[in-house]
Design a protein around this ligand. Sequence first.
Ligand SMILES: [Zn+2]
Ligand SMILES: [Zn+2]
Ligand SMILES: [Zn+2]
Length: 313
Amino acid sequence: MTPTRSGSIHLFKFRGIAVYVHWSWFFVAFYSISTRVNHYTSPLWGALEYLALFFIVLLHEFGHALACRQVGGQADQIILWPLGGVAYVDPPERPGAVLWSIAAGPLVNVVLLPVAWLLQAWMHAIGGAQLYPNLTSFVYALFMINLGLLIFNLLPIYPLDGGQILRSLLWYFLGPARSLLAVAAIGFIGGLGLLGLAVWIRSLWIGIMVLFLLVNCWRSFREARLFRQQELLPRRSEWQCSSCQRAPLEGRYWLCHTCLHVFDVFAGQGVCPHCNSYLSLVTCPDCGDARGLLLWRPRRPPEIKAPPAALDL
Ligand SMILES: [Zn+2]
Ligand SMILES: [Zn+2]
Ligand SMILES: [Zn+2]
């Protein structure tokens, strides 16, 4: 339920990140600009305001994408669509890496906040409302847009940034699956509350956004449940994936490429019990990374710390 590259127009590429705009954006843009006409003396300013909204959204998405790359994740496309922007980020499966990739988006709005505030305060101080009414309204709208985006994105409703930040913080204590379960549940309740608010203030637009959130939240909840079931399966604690650090599942999960039987690759040191061929690449069931069995780290026994040299009492 997110926009894809097909049906989108390629705008430009910056630092290896391609920016697209989805066709539906133009229709909603046309509608939204027409509703802002009475705020300005010329419709051009309405168009400018709408473009500025998406410029700020784009900066926010670049915050996600660049932060994700910084922590070694993948991020190479951003798609703008009527509900905002989507940065396709795939950070490494570590809470710290996910936290930074997500938090960097709203941080862009935090940085813009004083800039936008100073601009509108300056316009106010020089009496801009009389001298340049359009520019003054525009600068004020910029400030409100940035503030609105910041507040909305920080709502703890998964998959909004606030929900994802909360999830990566809970991850430290609850692990990947239970943290996702918790925020999906919180998000669902919050989303229902927001839907009630949309009905109350009769905002179709907020209603559509919240429905979109609720569908994604429900999907995440189901994913988290499967994820949790998988977490509870028996594992081989003596091995460890060198990418995600998790112990592999114990059981027949690997396909032999020669005879097409599934077998437990760790039980027979990589050799298929049906045809005796060696499986050269062993895929991690958790993160999907594939590498030779010898590159799976046998887990080190826990280190026994030597007593401190001087024990002062
Ligand atoms: Zn964001
Ligand atoms: Zn792994
Ligand atoms: Zn085989």
